[in-house]
Design a protein around this ligand. Structure first.
Ligand code: SF4
Length: 338
């Protein structure tokens, strides 16, 4: 094991793997339909990493310190036979935790298989319980009922469930308390996500951000909260527990209370590019190395040098950015997962 540290002494501990750039939703803050329309050129199959290539990369990253794997997309459950990949990753010695982020529409169907294959945790995106606002946020796809059934099935089979709600002013901020009430009752952890300037397509404006302090204030007024310590260093959400019930909420505040100083996350896109930040503008092609005659040691050296030269602190620096920097084209979140 050769644990690597970046320029800010942050370890490489979490690897997020996008297994597809496709999604069956068109959430306005991630994959707006007007950009990702019917003619959008998604990655052809031969350009996407195979399960065997992903497994090989996981083995290499574990040797560099990775312990937690998160499977993302696009919508990961659109990738055929995904439970098989979970099983392969679960077999890799050194992997301590496997999680997945999904929009929940296919979760009811695959929850048991994923659990049996070794999945531990699932984060389900749900931005509103109100059907009209739900559809308005996700490009008019799916049903709230289907996502809720997926959440219940996941809990039933023993997966640890969290619900992710992106809060956008003028869209769903009126749902903050209703969602808290619903998931407090269900005893599922609800995490509010500040609307972020990910990628280049969502038309982000600071005015559309509902700040963490306002979210916490509203939920606290509904049911008193107390702040609790992070589960581990580098946890993205700030945690708050209800005083009258052992259930919690979290807030991921990349805009108003950023957390880059403890960020230990690397991301791999579906076509095998390594990104060292959610807001990165360029990646390192690992697929080429995987499909060359290079051995694991050579690939590991490439990854180490990328990480050891990492200085990313985008969210911490967001407000100091020059216009020039702001114009730089960032990788789309749908391409590397949240
Ligand atoms: S902005 Fe980049 S460096 Fe900061 S926490 Fe997010 S992914 Fe990590």
């Amino acid at each position: 094991m050769n644990h690597v540290l970046d320029q800010l002494q942050r370890p490489l501990r979490d690897l997020r793997i996008s297994v597809t750039d496709r999604c069956n939703f068109r959430c306005s803050y991630c994959m707006p339909a007007e950009v990702f329309g019917p003619d959008f050129a998604f990655l052809p199959n031969d350009k996407i990493l195979s399960f065997e290539e992903i497994e090989r990369l996981v083995k290499i990253f574990v040797q560099l310190g990775v312990k937690k794997i998160r499977i993302t997309g696009g919508e990961p459950l659109l990738r055929i036979d995904l439970p098989k990949l979970v099983g392969m990753i679960n077999e890799v010695e050194g992997v301590e935790d496997i999680a997945m982020t999904t929009n929940g529409t296919l979760l009811k169907k695959y929850a048991q298989q994923l659990k049996d294959a070794g999945l531990v945790r699932v984060s389900v995106s749900l931005d509103s319980l109100d059907e009209e606002r739900f559809l308005d946020m996700n490009g008019r796809r799916g049903k709230v009922k289907t996502v809720l059934e997926g959440i219940e099935k996941a809990a039933e089979v023993g997966l640890q469930v969290k619900i992710n709600m992106v809060v956008k002013k003028g869209k769903n901020e009126q749902d903050i308390v209703q969602m808290a009430e619903f998931f407090k009752e269900k005893q599922h952890i609800l995490r509010y996500i500040e609307y972020m300037d990910v990628g280049n397509s969502n038309g982000w404006k600071l005015d559309d951000v509902v700040e963490k302090k306002d979210i916490v204030e509203q939920v606290n007024a509904f049911s008193p909260l107390e702040k609790v310590a992070p589960n581990y260093k580098g946890e993205v959400a700030s945690r708050y527990e209800y005083k009258d019930k052992k259930t919690e909420i979290g807030v991921i505040s990349s805009v108003t209370d950023s957390f880059c100083s403890s960020c230990s996350r690397a991301r791999i896109s579906a076509e095998g590019k390594l990104y060292t930040c959610l807001f990165a503008t360029k990646g390192t092609d690992l697929r080429e190395l995987l499909r060359s005659d290079k051995d694991d040691k050579a690939i590991s050296t490439s990854i180490s040098s990328v990480w050891e030269n990492r200085k990313d602190r985008y969210s911490d620096e967001r407000n100091e950015q020059t216009m020039e920097e702001r114009k730089k084209s960032k990788i789309e979140m749908s391409h590397i997962g949240g």
